[in-house]
Design a protein around this ligand. Structure first.
Ligand SMILES: [Zn+2]
Length: 343
């Protein structure tokens, strides 16, 4: 089965030597997905089946300078990568790289998921507002009366809301977005302190299990068998450009050492948290190189070509599409000037 889209891609690609690096985060079907991070298990199975049939899959290490190939990557290290993605990758024989945030291994989850849990999933939130002093700015959390109580049905009304694209439908959404923007800039310890204040204000107990990252044993299971390469995605998933040079170096090299110690495997690939051009600096790239990595990935949403910097490889955020639409979407990514939107 060679769909028309794939034929077009191949002929275009012959003259461009382009390849693609796909970026996934989670394989799940949650009630809402404000950062567009999930591909459902059914769609992921269809996408990987298509990729297998296309004959284009290749490991991340081989994608640059190997024209017309497609590499699969995952960011952050969610447990669903082991339970929902790996069986599909194994069935189709698709190699993948999973970039792990080592400070999150074995914890209840990432700060952005907890923030979503508190603001968007809590059945009720206090009428009394909360004022946070963050970096000299005052951030005021004050919900409208009609947003204090939130049912699953009410939440479902905003199922299609994407935080980086759409205007917020309620004061819960606008507060969530404003806090996310601010917390993202902070060093890990400061962010954790503010998150604790928000948790206390909301009277929220962090009992999430579904959005959790892998624990250390699960990481070893994921790496077993040689199909999945483990890469580093820092210690705390901080925006590196907001950290001091020393903190950045620590984030880059500690995560690599920890992963080598815990998986017993070589760790040669890195991905920048958030991954936009302003989320790291030229110095960060130098530290990644000198820490012993062979390559690093960004979230610049376009194709890879032989002149791509191996330490700033662009990746394309994969939308939650069934296989037939995925095929057409893949083809579009190889069009000159195409640039996928990424969070
Ligand atoms: Zn990430």
């Amino acid at each position: 089965m060679i769909p028309g889209a794939l034929r077009r891609f191949r002929s275009w690609n012959n003259s461009r030597n382009a390849s693609l690096i796909l970026m996934y985060h989670r394989i799940d079907d949650p009630p809402i997905d404000p950062w567009n991070l999930c591909v459902t298990p059914a769609n992921f199975a269809g996408q990987m089946e298509w990729l297998d049939q296309s004959g284009l899959a290749c490991p991340l290490a081989a994608v640059r300078g190997n024209a017309g190939k497609i590499a699969v990557t995952f960011d952050d290290g969610y447990a669903d990568n082991l339970y929902s993605a790996k069986p599909v990758l194994a069935k189709e024989g698709i190699p993948a790289t999973v970039f792990v945030v080592i400070g999150a291994v074995g914890t209840n989850g990432f700060w952005w998921d907890e923030l979503e849990q508190i603001l968007l999933h809590s059945p009720s939130l206090p009428a009394s507002g909360l004022t946070l002093q963050i970096d000299g700015d005052q951030i005021r959390c004050q919900l409208d009366e009609q947003d204090l109580r939130f049912t699953p049905e009410r939440l479902a009304e905003s199922k299609a809301w994407i935080a980086w694209r759409d205007s917020p439908p309620t004061t819960r959404h606008s507060t969530f977005r404003a806090l996310w923007e601010k917390l993202r800039e902070l060093p890990h310890e400061v962010r954790a302190r503010h998150l604790a204040t928000i948790r206390e204000w909301a009277n929220s107990a962090d009992q999430r299990t579904k959005f959790r990252p892998m624990n250390a044993d699960e990481l070893v299971s994921l790496a077993a068998g040689g199909l999945v390469e483990i890469g580093a995605h820092t210690v705390t998933h901080s925006r590196l450009s907001a950290l001091s040079p020393e903190q950045q170096q620590q984030e880059v090299s500690q995560s690599r050492r920890w992963l080598i110690d815990h998986t017993g495997q070589a760790v040669r690939s890195f991905s920048f948290p958030f991954g936009g051009a302003s989320d790291y600096s030229a110095a960060t790239v130098d530290w990644v190189r000198s820490a012993g990595y062979a390559r690093a990935c960004t979230t610049a949403g376009h194709a890879v070509n032989p002149s791509s910097d191996p330490y700033q490889l662009p990746r394309i955020h994969v939308p939650n599409l069934p296989a037939d639409q995925f095929s057409a979407w893949i083809s579009q990514q190889f069009e000159p000037g195409s640039s996928a939107q990424t969070p």
